[in-house]
Design a protein around this ligand. Structure first.
Ligand code: TXA
Ligand code: MG
Length: 342
């Protein structure tokens, strides 16, 4: 897949039609969604799905989310859909919520990576919806980055990782949410939040009228030999090339720490407005009190750190509740769980 010419097209009806044709032929196309860009192929075509894994360099045991345009496609992906799932769908679809349920027969084995469950979401991005309709089938789509690098939030990010590997990227502008969807499992006795996102644990609990458990891997590295509830959580993820350390504590303590440790190649990943008080070059990721803006900015900030040749990065610590939990979860992985309490 090395000498493919990769087209980067602005979105138009023509471009969507072209994507539909490629997808029906079993090809892979990168598409915008409201969370991050996705690398899409038909969920029902195992050979097509294999191309996603090879373009990303993704481990084969990490299952993919299927994207549907309306509820009529739901049972192509999953079965035995409980009432709770319909309540969540009613409240949050189309939008950045993924549900895990028992898999259907129809969905390709490659999508489920050997599990008895499948994951499904209905994206709200109009281009994603139009492409799913043009393809006429659910689309399996992981984030469109090389495995291990930060998720792409612009078509240019996708191009940087996928040029020469896929035939087409649709450019739908910058993603609104900026971190991947909330993943909740409804396949066990109690709902479990496997990956935090824009839809928060509190919002899910309000709709479900019951407690949603938080998977241990959201905030902690897996212990040796432990099996991940969500295979994606066992991989080092979202990582820039630089060594990132999260400094947890008040801004004044952060400034003193950075002043003592600033060397050539050291960067600050800090909140907007803080840059003038710091001795190192700074990359900003939103305002301290605006977790939605932090989510939107985080992955592009991590990519910017690489582009500017950062070797060591000291990151300001987001909060741990609500949308900020999603930001903290991604940053923890970018930092390989290195946190210093100030
Ligand atoms: O926002 C999103 O969800 C984006 C856009 C493109 O829709 N997609 C995305 O996909 O983030 P991906 O493949 O990068 O992340 C999917 C996560 C992985 O951690 C995977 O292990 C988990 O969901 N997952 C998928 N199916 C699962 C299943 N059946 N059981 C447990 N975890 C599952
Ligand atoms: Mg991903």
């Amino acid at each position: 897949m090395n000498d493919l010419k990769t087209q980067l097209l602005p979105t138009s009806q023509d471009a969507v039609d072209q994507a539909g044709v490629l997808l029906r032929q079993g090809e892979v196309v990168a598409i915008p969604t409201e969370t991050v860009y996705g690398l899409a192929a038909s969920s029902l075509n195992g050979e097509a799905v294999k191309k996603i894994f090879s373009a990303k360099g993704r481990p084969q045991d990490n299952p993919l989310i299927s994207h549907i345009a309306d509820l009529s496609m739901l049972e192509m992906v999953v079965r035995d859909v409980p009432q709770a799932a319909y309540r969540l769908a009613e409240a949050f679809w189309p939008g950045p919520l993924t549900m895990i349920l028992p898999r259907s027969e129809q969905v390709a084995d490659e999508v489920c990576a050997g599990l008895e469950t499948a994951s499904v979401r209905m994206p709200s991005h109009p281009v994603a919806q139009a492409v799913i309709r043009a393809a006429g089938v659910p689309l399996a789509a992981p984030s469109a980055n090389l495995s291990g690098s930060p998720s792409p939030t612009t078509a240019q990010d996708v191009f940087a990782d996928m040029n020469g590997k896929i035939p087409l990227i649709l450019d739908g502008g910058a993603c609104e949410v900026g971190v991947e969807s909330t993943v909740v499992s409804l396949a066990g006795p109690k709902p479990v939040l496997l990956r935090p996102g824009y839809i928060t644990k509190g919002q899910l609990e309000q709709v479900l009228e019951c407690e949603v458990l938080l998977a241990d891997a959201v905030l902690h590295p897996l212990k040796q030999g432990e099996k991940a509830a969500s295979p994606g959580m066992k991989y080092k993820h979202y990582a820039p090339k630089a060594e990132v350390t999260i400094l947890k504590g008040p801004f004044s303590a952060y400034v003193s720490y950075v002043e003592k440790h600033c060397e050539p190649g050291t960067f600050c990943l800090c909140f907007a407005g803080e840059e003038n008080s710091l001795p190192c070059p700074c990359v900003l990721y939103g305002h301290e009190k605006d977790p939605a803006e932090q989510a939107q900015r985080l992955f592009s900030a991590l990519r910017e750190l690489d582009a500017r040749g950062a070797e060591r990065v000291y990151a300001r610590c987001p909060e741990e509740g609500g949308i900020a939990l999603a930001v903290y979860n991604r940053l923890l992985r970018a930092a390989a769980f290195r946190v210093i309490e100030l």
